[in-house]
Each structure stands twice: as structure tokens, then as C-alpha cells.
Design a protein around this ligand. Structure first.
Ligand SMILES: [Zn+2]
Length: 117
């Protein structure tokens, strides 16, 4: 990966990070207003707790996304960005464009998913 590609990937990562944070803020505000409607009847309660669950799952995904992004930014600082953390080969550019926080090349990713890290 050349310098220009890394600069571009960094901008992309930072933008993704902001989007996740803005999204989780909206989700948080939504969860706050869900609880403000006084005492719900039974019907409301079940849909209310369903919503809460969705929001909680969402924020777990978002948290791990932010962790992935931060780890990618760290690898940029260390000069190992774009290299597979397992076989140390360069990860395909196409894959890095789709998922700029990828840690493994596609082969290792498949193995990690099957056998663990
Ligand atoms: Zn690999």
C-alpha cells in the first residue's frame, strides 16, 4: 500500500468512526425517550423491551466496529497497516477498500473463522 492509499484509507476509517458514533448517539437518545412515556400498558411494554434489545445489540456491534477501526488506525501508526496479522502478506486492495479495518487476508480470515485465532 502506498502513502496515498493509506491517507485515503485513514480518511475513510475516521469517517466510518464518526458515523458509528453519531449512530450510537441517536440510538442512545432513542432509548432515553423510550423510557420517558410514563407507565406503559402490557402491549407497550413488550414492544418497548423489544426496542431496548435491538438498541443494545446495535450498540454492541457498534462498539466492536469502533474497536476494529481504532486497531486499524494503530496499525497505520506502526506501519503494518494493510498487512495480514497472521501470514504478514499484503491484504488485497479490493478487500481493504470494502473493509478498511480488515486484519486478515481472505485466506487467513477463512481459517480464523473456522479454527479460531
Ligand atoms: Zn493472511
Amino acid at each position: 500500500m502506498n502513502e496515498e492509499e493509506i491517507t485515503e484509507a485513514k480518511a475513510h476509517l475516521l469517517q466510518m468512526r464518526e458515523e458509528v458514533l453519531a449512530e450510537s448517539e441517536r440510538a442512545y437518545e432513542a432509548s432515553q425517550s423510550l423510557g420517558k412515556d410514563g407507565v406503559p400498558d402490557i402491549g407497550d411494554m413488550s414492544s418497548n423491551s423489544y426496542n431496548q434489545e435491538v438498541l443494545m445489540n446495535l450498540s454492541e456491534t457498534q462498539r466492536s466496529r469502533v474497536r476494529d477501526i481504532d486497531a486499524a488506525l494503530e496499525r497505520m501508526d506502526e506501519g503494518v497497516y494493510g498487512l495480514c496479522m497472521r501470514c504478514e502478506e499484503e491484504i488485497a486492495q479490493r478487500r481493504m477498500e470494502v473493509r478498511p479495518f480488515s486484519r486478515y487476508c481472505i485466506d487467513c480470515k477463512t481459517e480464523v473463522e473456522q479454527f479460531g485465532e
